[in-house]
Design a protein around this ligand. Structure first.
Ligand code: NAD
Ligand code: ZN
Length: 359
């Protein structure tokens, strides 16, 4: 019997947390610019373009700002176009790539920093540990919280064949800036959907077969913070949600997500549902898997009067459902986390079809 393999995972080495900490970005960058090419790239969610935050981005004359539209989730095409734009800006590599936005922009900035040093286009690197060279220094600054993308070793991209991340140690941010002030203006439904991504990370990690004390410590705390935010309306909700997101990311880094994420990937690939709302749609039919979590989730939906799309399957063709089943079934590690090594016997087309039909 071979010895068990334990994950030797990389964490974000430097982080700043606190209200107003965004103001320190200029100093952080000054250190980075020293002895380098002197210029940096900001990839910023275009929702901020005409807002206060746009004026606070500490860009110098030589820097490049890319306003990113995230109406669609990040794609390999978008990443490659941004990378070309950065390469065309100067003959040297930038000293840092700074992503300012939600999970979408955080993933875009990670991917651009990787593609500046790895040739051949981002689709080539969708998968696990395919990246060959260290990325350009990169900094993540969330302006909406829940995905845990600030903590994770993946940048999720929709590619020509599938939605799959650039998973590698090089993907992890070199620095994150967690300023709860920045998440204040998020519209309510979106605040809920993205926050529930975090809640669901906790539920799936804690109920999975991969659970261990490391993942449980972060997962338990993350879930309790979500409860303070979504059930108790705590006055420090922005601080709490920001930490819940980071800790949820740390929990799944040492465990795995589960059935909800597997179903949600199908919804996203076939119908383009964004990650947060897709998870909410899927989670609502998973009483059979996560009874207590789903019950609590419904309390949160009710308390905040959230619009959760219903009766979607009425307009889906059998072919749509078959395609979703195929994507969903392909999520091997997620199902392994749900059922253990015997997962293939459990994850049948009929079972998945019945779940999709309830959506
Ligand atoms: P998002 O980044 O797609 O943003 C959602 C919406 O909120 C957008 O319209 C955006 O413009 C808006 N927004 C962001 N900040 C705002 C602010 N301060 N005020 C007002 N509006 C604001 O949403 P998300 O849920 O954070 O991210 C989803 C993406 O993250 C998906 O592409 C998913 O695949 C990815 N993801 C990545 C990981 C990872 O570990 N890398 C994990 C989970 C999800
Ligand atoms: Zn998620």
């Amino acid at each position: 019997m071979s010895a068990p393999k334990f994950r030797n995972f990389k964490c974000v080495p430097r982080m700043v947390f606190g209200r107003g900490s965004f103001n320190q970005l200029d100093d952080i960058l000054a250190e980075q610019r020293e002895g380098g090419s002197g210029w940096v790239v900001f990839v910023v969610d275009d929702v901020h373009q005409n807002r206060e935050l746009a004026k606070r981005v500490p860009a110098k004359a030589q820097d490049l700002i890319i306003w990113a539209n995230v109406a669609k989730e990040p794609s390999t095409i978008q990443v490659d176009a941004f990378t070309d734009q950065v390469k065309a800006h100067a003959s040297t590599l930038p000293d840092s790539v700074i992503g300012i936005g939600g999970g979408s922009v955080l993933d875009l900035a990670k991917a651009v920093s990787l593609m500046l040093t790895n040739e051949g286009g981002s689709a080539k690197y969708q998968g696990w540990d395919l990246i060959q060279r260290a990325a350009v220094h990169h900094i993540g600054i969330p302006t909406i919280s829940g995905t845990g993308a600030e903590a994770s070793r993946t940048a999720v991209l929709t590619g020509p064949e599938r939605k799959l991340g650039l998973n590698s140690d090089f993907t992890v941010y070199d620095q994150i800036v967690m300023d709860p002030e920045l998440i204040a203006g998020v519209p309510k439904n979106q605040w809920f959907y993205t926050g529930m991504d975090c809640y669901i990370h906790g539920i799936e990690a804690l109920n999975g077969t991969f659970i261990n004390e490391f993942a449980r410590a972060f997962g338990d705390k993350s879930l309790n913070l979500c409860r303070e935010v979504y059930l108790e309306d705590h006055p420090d909700s922005d601080e709490k949600l920001m930490m819940a997101s980071y800790m949820g990311g740390m929990s799944i880094a040492y465990s795995q997500v589960g059935a909800c994420h597997a179903l949600s990937y199908g919804l996203s690939y076939v119908f383009g549902y964004h990650h947060g709302i897709g998870n909410c749609i899927a989670f609502d039919v998973l009483d059979g898997y996560y009874a207590d979590g789903v019950k609590e989730f419904r309390e949160m939906v009710k308390k905040h009067n959230i619009d959760l799309p219903k009766n979607l399957s009425a307009t889906w063709s059998e072919n749509d459902i078959d395609r979703m089943i195929s994507i969903c079934k392909g999520m091997k590690p997620l199902w392994q986390n749900v059922y253990g090594d015997d997962w293939e016997r459990e994850v049948t087309d009929d079972k998945l079809r019945a779940l999709y039909k309830r959506m």
